[in-house]
Design a protein around this ligand. Structure first.
Ligand code: DGL
Length: 258
């Protein structure tokens, strides 16, 4: 992290998944400067110990704060579940936004059985259980821990054999059983097409990316830190320290999540 990040918004994830959230933020806040950090060398976080995820989250956020960011978006459901309270206690002077599986809008829409796809860690930790208790009571919710999926998406080949094999194995039991899917990991919006291939074209998707962008905009406005003019910018960095990885991140910023 070499650059002076004064005035930037730091966004990070275990890897390239957080770019699904970054896309929405860039769309809504075109005059802001974003610094995206993907910890692809240590992904997936979803299958690491709680302590590891907390340590990596703290390390990344410390780096960003030391370089002057004005806000940080934890664009990772797993890191949010593992560490958001902890980091909010430590970083009290900057805006910190986390993400969570979009169960609330899915439950409110109430279009039928809901399948929450997320990492093993996200589904195991208390934060999700509280969310499910609050919003999942009056609806039929099933959960599937998607081991191996984030890693397959990290290859960059979102319609490739590896992604399709993993998804088939994970989702085939739910075919015909669910009407909506909550994408509870920021990597998953990039594989909607492959999910439709298994569950059908009429599945409705819910993810938290647009809501997170709106939340960021309102917190920036509230703090008088929003940029309504000037040129925006997005810079990428990866723990994989490989120019090809940065090129991959750049293509994901333009990849469809429809
Ligand atoms: N993108 C992350 C999330 O939202 C996790 C992927 C991983 O397991 O590293 O949960």
């Amino acid at each position: 992290m070499k650059k002076d990040l004064n005035g930037y918004i730091g966004v990070f994830d275990s890897g390239l998944g957080g770019i699904s959230v970054l896309k929405e933020m860039v769309k809504l806040l075109p005059h802001e400067k974003f610094y995206f950090y993907g910890d692809s060398a240590r992904a997936p976080y979803g299958e690491r110990s709680l302590k590891e995820v907390q340590d990596y989250t703290m390390e990344t956020m410390n780096n960003m704060v030391n370089h002057g960011v004005k806000a940080i978006v934890v664009a990772c459901n797993t890191a949010t579940s593992a560490a958001i309270e902890m980091v909010r206690d430590v970083f009290t002077d900057i805006i910190v936004i986390g993400v969570e599986p979009a169960l609330k809008p899915a439950a409110e829409a109430n279009d039928g059985e809901i399948l929450v796809m997320a990492t093993e860690n996200t589904l195991r930790l208390d934060k999700y259980h509280e969310l499910a208790k609050t919003y999942g009571n009056h609806v039929n919710v099933k959960e599937v821990a998607c081991n191996g999926l984030a890693q397959a998406i990290e290859t960059g080949d979102v319609d490739g054999e590896e992604v399709r094999v993993v998804l088939h194995k994970l989702l085939a039991p739910y075919k015909g059983e669910v009407k909506s899917v909550v994408l509870g990991c920021t990597h998953y919006p990039f594989v909607k097409n492959a999910i439709r291939e298994v569950l059908g074209d009429d599945i409705k998707f819910y993810d938290g990316a647009a809501g997170t962008a709106r939340q960021l905009a309102s917190k920036l406005a509230e703090a008088g830190k929003i940029n309504n003019e000037g040129e925006g910018e997005v810079i990428f960095e990866s723990s994989k320290n490989d120019p090809e990885e940065i090129a991959l991140y750049e293509t994901f910023l333009n990849k469809s999540t429809d």
